[in-house]
Design a binder for this molecule. Sequence first.
Ligand code: C2E
Ligand code: CA
Ligand code: CA
Length: 707
Amino acid sequence: MNLPPLPQALANWRVLLDALGEPAWLVDARALQVLAVNAEALALLGLAESGVVGQAAAALIATPEDLAYWDEAHAAAGQPGAQGPGALLSDTVLVDAGGRLVQVTRRIRALGPADAAPQAYLVLVHDRSAAQQEADARELLLSELQATLESTADGILVTDLAGRIRAFNRRFAQIWGLPENLLTERQDDAVHDWMRRSVVDPEGYTRRLAQIHEATLLQASERIRLHSGQVVERVTQPQHCRGRPCGRVWSFRDHTDLVSAGQRIEALTSTDALTGLFNRRQMTQAITDALRQARRSAGTLALLVLDLDRFKQINDSLGHVIGDRVLLDCADRLKTCLRQGDVVARMGGDQFALLVHEADSRGAEAAARRVLDAVSHPCSVDGLQFTLTCSVGVAMFPVDGGDAEMLLRHAESAMLRAKQGGRGCFRFHQAHQDADMRQRMRLDHAMRQALASQRFRLHYQPQIDLKTGNVVGAEALIRWRDPELGEVSPGQFIPVAEDTGFIIAIGDWVLEQAVRQAARWRDAGLAMPVSVNVSALQFQQADFIDRVAAVLREHRLAGALLELELTESILVHDADEALARLSQLSQLGVRLAIDDFGTGYSSLAYLKRFPIDRLKIDRSFVKGLPADESDGAIVRAIVQLAQALAMQVIAEGVETEPQRAFLLELGCDEFQGFLYAPALDALSFEERVRPPPQRDRTYPRLRLVVH
Ligand code: C2E
Ligand code: CA
Ligand code: CA
């Protein structure tokens, strides 16, 4: 190419340079001085055109590389035919008029025919300072980010959409225990593989990762268990670049402490606060688990329930602080009776239970003896020496029951028999003789049919005010005439129903019928309180209170017209729970009586706490009256107790006039018994209680439905 004669063409060159849009100047190849320069270059250099045009090319950008280039160009200029230096392209710096270093990319091209010496050089400069600033800022941001990443307590991992690792922090490596080399060598697959192998459930882990991978936008959070025992919470979020998902950020947090704190709290609610032993709930669970295990291995289990003898005396006479110390001491002693895997629990009050694995009856007996022995070592609390004893009941799996509830029930009843048998001993649950068992099964079957075909009836035994002779109440007693078995007395079938749990259904039916009858009587102008017998099992049902409230509501019966007869065992069992329930019942206005009073072992302390309205003196104490002196003393004591506690007292099973007179004289309030009447069907009761209607009276004739 032939360049036009230069001076004339300068204006044209300037136009061309301006059109480039980037700083540029043209250098004369012989003089190596600037021939022309564009406005962008002037702005970059901070110079006027006059200060640039005519300047030595080497003065504008004076790095060693540039100086060498222009030296070469100079050498070529002296030798006609020399080719001159070629192109130069590199990042460099220039110093502007103000002395500022400017980062630039500079390109120099020789202009002229290819086979001749160059006629001119074009210098093109690209200002990189903005880009450089950006890059510097980015670098800063990155280092800040990295510092932030490192300073969080969470492990962070950033991956792209394909799962390749883009960033991570040290904590990530720590939490996962990743070996150094995997990280430094950036072996992504090995890192992922390591993580997969560290988790307890690799299949579930892999499956979940696949799901997350599929759903690019998914945010997820889950707990992962590691073989190390750690529990790691993993949270993942998609990462967006320019509004589109481009990867994922994963954070990992060690939750091990949190989880074990959770477990501690769980332990607190499931253990007994005083002794730290399992509580009833936890024990029931432990039995259930043990049963599952025993079934699988065809193994056996023994369940021991033990109750301290006369513990209430300690509590009442020495106070709760000492009482608590004794219980703690007892818990420690029981722990010494355990073998590996056995469980001891405090079931409430002074009752404990022991679950003995792999024990046949001989092993169970040995365990029971160990317990009796451990408890009966003399103990000393606050300088007081005394000896405790306990009564132990034993139930075995599989012979005595197949679930926790039944085993507990049987062990408890065996324990009660041990108490009755003189305390300080153990009893096995009496495995029923085959024949006995068959008989009970037959009875159970017949009972269920009787309920379904409405063969049960209620009879009502009048309760009489000793002073006035008026009938003041009625005890509902269940009656059953079976087509095959004939008349079956409740003394026969109620214990079986209590054993099988069917008593709950029966009790429900009795409650409903009795309340219905009381409502009918009330509607007929006869406000007669009806007493209903309640079994312990029924009372302990979670919905028992609701059930009572619902039945009263349904028949719009005032609570005061219903009395519940409870046994002492209900009060002794779990006193706090019982108190809560009794209070709720009492709030319904329902009257509460203790049946068969004197045969159990409720203490004064208990009685005082409970909202009890009436004590029922057991028939066995009335029987010997008035001749038997000890019966007389017991009955007198009960009457005085009732008076002291402001409770009513009623004597059961009064059959003779001397008994009635004796009771009246003691100050007993009421009685019931054959002397006045046995339990009567509703109509007979009604006829017996009401004075016969007189013609001139305007009573409506009563129509009562009889079952
Ligand atoms: P209990 O609650 O002590 O009821 C009193 C028992 O004594 C009744 O026997 C009654 O018929 C009988 N009795 C009443 N007066 C006399 C008397 O002067 N002399 C004699 N020797 N006995 C008298 P029953 O009806 O055979 O009931 C026996 C037990 O069955 C009851 O004893 C009670 O514990 C239970 N029972 C009866 N009905 C029900 C019920 O509906 N639910 C529950 N859970 N238990 C019931
Ligand atoms: Ca009763
Ligand atoms: Ca009774």
